[in-house]
Write a new protein. Structure first.
Length: 359
C-alpha cells in the first residue's frame, strides 16, 4: 500500500510539472486586443469644479476612465478659486485640465483685450497646478461662436453630443441622452455641478464600456483619430475618421552600469514631440520636474519615476525603477541560484523514484 501511495504521489507531481508547462505555453500564445480596435469617446465637464467634482473623480478612478475638465476661476459659487484642491487629483488620474475662462462671461460682449484677460486668468491656475505652461484647450462659455473666437490662440473645443444635464437635472434623462447619441469620436458635454449629471454620466460609462468604448481626453481623442490640432480652430468631434493610433505607452527605461553603483538611464521608446520628466523621490513628475534628456545618471538606492508629456500636458503611463548596488544584486543572484539548486534537487529525487518503479 505504501509503495502504491508513493507511486501515485510521484505521478501527481510529475503531472503538475507537465501541466504548468502547458499552461505557460498557452498563456504565451494568447493575444491582447489592440487598443486601435476600440471605439473612443471623450467626456467633458464644464463650469466647475464644484461640490460634486470629487464624486465624479471617484467614479472615474473606479472605472479606470479619464475626462476633460473645462474649468472656470470664479463662476458663481463654483470654480478653482474655491475648489482648486481637486486639480491635483485630476493630474494624478491623468485627466485633462482645460480652460473655460476665469469668469464665464460671453465672448461676444468682450473686447479682444478682455477676452485675453479671461483666458489668462484661468491659465494662471492651470499652469500653477501642472508646474508649467502648456497649450491648454479652450471652450467658449455657452459654446458661443462669435467673431471673437478668431482671437483665441488655442484649440477651441465644442461638442457634438449634448447631455442636456444642465436642463433636465435628471439622472435617467442624462444617461439616455448620452446612450441615444454615442458614437466613435464623440465629444460629450456634461457639467460636474449637479449630482444627477455625475450619476448619469457614470451610468452611461458603464453601459458604453460593455459596448467596447474607451474613455479618453479631448486631445487624445483627436490625436488617435489623426486630427491635426491647430490653434484658433474649432473642433466638435472626431467622428468618421479612419485613423486608428494607439494610446501612449509607458517609457521603456534602459539602465547600463557606468561605474560602481552608478547607472546611466535612457528612454528607449521616445515619442516625437514628447518631453520626459523624472523625480527621484517617488512623486509624480510634473512640468516643473527635472527633464530627462538623452540620458540620466543615477546611483544605487535611487528610485526614479519617469513620465512623458505632450504639448497639451497629456501624460504617458508612468515608468518606475529602483536601482540596487552591485552587492545587493550579487546577493540576490546567489539566493536565486541556491533556490534553483534546491528545486532541482527535489525534482531529481522525484524522477529517481519514478525510475525505481520502472518508469
Amino acid at each position: 500500500m505504501k509503495k502504491t501511495w508513493s507511486l501515485f504521489l510521484c505521478f501527481v507531481l510529475a503531472a503538475s510539472v507537465l501541466l504548468s508547462g502547458m499552461t505557460g505555453a498557452l498563456a504565451a500564445k494568447s493575444k491582447k486586443t489592440s487598443d486601435t480596435d476600440t471605439k473612443l469617446i471623450a467626456f467633458t465637464f464644464d463650469d466647475g469644479p464644484g461640490d460634486y467634482t470629487d464624486m465624479l473623480l471617484d467614479g472615474l478612478e473606479e472605472r479606470g476612465a479619464v475626462a476633460t475638465f473645462f474649468m472656470t476661476g470664479e463662476n458663481g459659487t463654483w470654480g478653482v478659486k474655491k475648489y482648486g484642491k481637486v486639480m491635483d487629483r485630476m493630474i494624478e488620474l491623468n485627466c485633462q485640465m482645460a480652460n473655460h475662462t476665469y469668469n464665464h462671461k460671453k465672448f461676444s460682449k468682450l473686447t479682444k483685450g478682455e477676452l485675453q484677460v479671461a483666458i489668462d486668468g484661468m491659465e494662471n491656475y492651470l499652469f500653477k497646478a501642472m508646474g508649467g505652461q502648456y497649450n491648454d484647450l479652450v471652450r467658449i462659455p455657452g459654446g458661443e461662436n462669435s467673431d471673437n473666437v478668431s482671437f483665441v490662440e488655442h484649440p477651441v473645443i465644442t461638442w457634438n453630443l449634448d447631455s442636456f444635464d444642465w436642463k433636465t437635472r435628471d439622472t435617467t434623462a442624462v444617461y439616455q441622452a448620452i446612450m441615444d447619441n454615442a458614437k466613435d469620436g464623440a465629444i460629450v458635454l456634461c457639467h460636474d455641478l449637479y449630482p444627477t449629471s455625475v450619476q448619469g454620466a457614470l451610468h452611461a460609462m458603464d453601459a458604453l464600456a460593455k459596448q467596447g468604448y474607451e474613455f479618453v481626453t479631448v486631445s487624445e481623442l483627436l490625436r488617435r483619430r489623426g486630427v491635426e490640432i491647430k490653434n484658433g480652430t474649432i473642433y466638435s468631434d472626431a467622428s468618421g475618421k479612419e485613423t486608428r493610433l494607439p494610446a501612449y505607452s509607458a517609457p521603456e527605461l534602459k539602465a547600463e552600469e557606468s561605474g560602481e553603483d552608478v547607472y546611466t538611464v535612457t528612454v528607449e521608446n521616445k515619442v516625437k514631440g514628447m518631453t520626459y520628466y523624472y523625480t527621484t523621490d517617488g512623486s509624480l513628475p510634473k512640468l516643473n520636474s527635472s527633464q530627462l534628456g538623452k540620458k540620466l545618471e543615477v546611483k544605487a538606492g535611487d528610485h526614479i519615476v519617469v513620465a512623458g508629456y505632450d504639448e497639451y500636458a497629456q501624460r504617458t503611463p508612468l515608468a518606475e525603477q529602483t536601482f540596487k548596488s552591485r552587492q545587493e544584486l550579487e546577493t540576490e543572484a546567489l539566493i536565486a541560484e541556491k533556490e534553483e539548486q534546491r528545486n532541482n534537487s527535489f525534482w531529481v529525487k522525484i524522477f529517481r523514484k519514478l525510475h525505481l518503479f520502472g518508469f
